[in-house]
Design a protein around this ligand. Structure first.
Ligand SMILES: [Zn+2]
Length: 241
């Protein structure tokens, strides 16, 4: 909890002028466009939220993300919340989340997509983020997917388990590789930390951006080594529009 949040939570509604003073001392700005937030806005302003390029894929069983996985792995549903492309708002948000420690962007996006997914009444038992390799996590200090998972978990009221899987190999750079090479490249990268933790569960596997789908495929194949496991996929973004 930040100093400003602590202070604000201790201020009675009867003393709104104190709250206003506190807000002046701790400016509350949109994490994306930096505009000052209105009192009913949190973390990301309504204008930024309105401009998010949503895919709407959660409404389509045969959406392009799901089609990517057809014939590659068994799954229940697969979708991505937003389109990402060069210099669009999604790319900017993912950059802020990944490299500038704007964790609240990840949580906010998870909550926003959680509301969309909750309307589809998914019977998810557990949310599992794609893990980073331990060296990469040490370098960055966090796994950006954990925050998206946390936001989804809050709204869907389903637990999330950041340590359900481990990344046993760090895959080398995927740029300038063919699709086939990439598929080979991520085989055997992940393993279940404890098969009992996923046994019999419908798992929502979450990632930040789906490109070739190879990472998800590799992760899902490790999850599916658990007994009676079903897998669905949700990402923050996929290429397009
Ligand atoms: Zn904004």
């Amino acid at each position: 909890m930040s100093a400003s949040t602590k202070l604000l939570s201790g201020v009675s509604k009867n003393f709104s002028y104190l709250r206003d003073l506190a807000l002046m001392a701790f400016p509350n700005n949109c994490l994306v466009c930096a505009r000052t937030l209105m009192s009913d806005e949190r973390d990301i302003c309504f204008s930024c939220i309105d401009s998010l390029p949503e895919t709407g894929y959660q409404h389509m069983a045969d959406n392009p993300v799901a089609q990517q996985f057809w014939g590659r792995m068994p799954f229940v549903q697969a979708s991505a919340y937003l389109y990402v492309q060069d210099a669009n708002i999604t790319q900017e948000m993912i950059h802020l989340l990944k490299y500038h420690r704007k964790h609240r962007i990840g949580i906010k996006l998870g909550r926003l997509y959680g509301y969309k997914l909750s309307q589809m009444q998914p019977d998810i038992d557990l949310i599992v983020p794609v893990p980073l390799h331990v060296n990469r996590k040490r370098e960055r200090g966090y796994n950006q997917c954990d925050y998206f998972a946390q936001g989804l978990s809050e709204v869907l009221q389903v637990p999330y388990e950041p340590d359900a899987m481990k990344r046993i190999k760090e895959n080398i750079s995927q740029t300038r590789r063919t699709r086939y090479d990439r598929w080979e490249n991520v085989e055997g990268i992940f393993a279940l930390a404890d098969p009992d933790r996923v046994k019999g569960k419908h798992i929502l596997l979450v990632d930040d951006v789906i490109t070739t789908g190879a990472t998800i495929e590799s992760c899902a194949s490790a999850l599916l080594t658990g007994a009676d496991v079903r897998v669905s996929v949700a990402a923050i973004a996929t290429a397009g529009r």
